[in-house]
Design a protein around this ligand. Structure first.
Ligand code: GDD
Length: 410
């Protein structure tokens, strides 16, 4: 038996995702028409034969996930549960917090997945490799450019045995272009390892307590003892001890920290649908009859004029209306948006209930990692007819009647 745990974080973790995280928890923001967290969930469900249960662990309010969790459990016919931490315990502490519940399933293996990564989730291959290595954990690894490596956990592995030899989290000086993808498989021994870190901390704190006035602040001490990060506190010290191994993927992999990256990742998932879920892609022959180019998702309730030209890399959510002659490329159009005749939307996210006027242009240059490399319209933004908005972020409820470029409109 295997269980999958997806770390979804909480509201304070999603701040770089503003203004989109004002409306919806980041893990539920739609990529390729499905909530972000849906992609690892459906991968796990489709690919792991003995999967008993999926847990989402986070510190968002339970009600924010309730609807999604119940509908996805029904759809997949597999129990998916949201477990709420009372406060953040770190990526390993959060897992440990629910040890007893997870162990009720008596799993032989636990997949642990960060929710803000976009990849093909090669889980069966990881499981096979992990069984062959015989360690406590196997980490999914990818090669990135040396310039970007420092944004991630950099690591060195033995080229023959694949043992993890050295691990440094976001180092200031270059260590390696092989990085941690945030996708792991562990045996239940991971709980013993986390327990080891927190009891070491408690011991140290108690030692300090006898020698200093820290005895006055018991709460802050127990907080740090239970706050355990998987990368710094577990992976780094266990490297080179024949307990951790790597599985390297050559498939696509991206991290989703900013709205810009969600446009890129939405397009990546759309192209993956060609192989995994072609029925979700629009082909232009159905009732929509618009001119469709490449991989496009259109929610069945959206209305698209037959003369609109859409794609590649476009996802259109529920009840959106796309007018005659509109042109959409690489963008995410959210629920209840109206895009009027002959408007152009490129490298952009159009927020819930926003409207874009006739002949208007909402565009980014397509630099997904830059601060202002795409255009983001928050909820209920109105761009009036013929107005041009380039590389800008517009906060909710604004009306634009003049053009803007490279600006944040507060
Ligand atoms: N439930 C819960 N509680 N989840 C948490 C907590 C917590 O206290 N802290 C972090 N998370 C979740 C985040 O939502 C995210 O999915 C994952 O754990 C990792 O988040 P961070 O610890 O903030 O690390 P990061 O995303 O900056 O970097 C990690 O992931 C990279 C891959 O995307 C590191 O492991 C890097 O080494 C790695 O390259």
């Amino acid at each position: 038996r295997v269980v999958a745990v997806i770390m979804v974080g909480g509201p304070t973790k999603g701040t770089r995702f503003r203004p989109l995280s004002f409306n919806v928890p980041k893990p539920l923001f739609p990529l390729a028409g499905q909530p972000m967290v849906h992609h690892p969930i459906s991968s796990a469900c489709q690919k792991i034969p003995n999967l008993a249960k999926i847990y989402l662990i986070g510190f968002y309010e339970e009600r924010e996930f309730a609807l999604y969790v119940s509908s996805i459990s029904n759809e997949l016919k597999l129990p998916v549960r949201y477990l709420k931490e009372d406060k953040p315990h770190g990526s390993a502490g959060g897992l440990y917090n629910f040890k007893d519940l997870i162990m009720e399933e008596d799993p032989s293996h636990i997949f642990l997945l960060n929710c803000d990564v976009c990849c093909s989730f090669p889980l069966p291959q990881m499981l096979d490799a992990h069984k062959k290595y015989g360690g406590m954990g196997t980490i999914l690894v990818v090669k990135v450019s040396p310039e970007s490596a420092s944004e991630f956990g950099e690591l060195v592995a033995d080229p023959v045995t694949n043992e993890l030899l050295h691990y440094t989290e976001k180092p200031e000086t270059f260590v390696s272009d092989r990085i941690n993808c945030g996708v792991y498989i562990f045996t239940p021994d991971i709980f013993t390892a986390i327990e080891g870190v927190s009891s070491q901390r408690k011991d140290r704190a108690n030692l300090r307590r006898v020698s200093s006035f820290e005895a006055m602040q018991p709460d802050s001490r127990s907080l740090t003892a239970n706050y355990v990060r998987l990368d710094q506190d577990i992976l780094s010290p266990l490297a080179g001890k024949k307990q951790l191994y790597i599985y390297e993927t050559v498939d696509f992999w991206e991290q989703i920290k900013t709205p810009g990256m969600s446009i890129k990742c939405s397009a990546l998932y759309l192209s993956q649908f060609r192989h995994t879920a072609p029925h979700l892609l629009e082909n232009g022959d159905g009732i929509k009859k618009a001119c469709i180019i490449g991989d496009v998702y259109i929610h069945p309730s959206a209305k698209v004029h037959p003369s609109a030209k859409i794609g590649p890399g476009v996802s259109i959510s529920a009840n959106a209306r796309i007018g005659a002659g509109a042109r959409l490329i690489n963008c995410i159009v959210l629920d209840d948006v109206e895009i009027k005749e002959n408007a152009v939307v490129i490298h952009a996210i159009v927020g819930w209930k926003s409207s874009i006027g006739r002949w208007a242009r909402v565009q980014g240059r397509g630099d997904y990692n830059a601060k202002l490399g795409v255009t983001i319209l928050g909820e209920s933004v109105a761009v009036e007819d013929e107005v041009v908005v380039i590389n800008s972020t517009v906060l909710p409820h604004k009306t634009l009647n003049v053009g803007v470029q490279d600006e944040i409109i507060l």
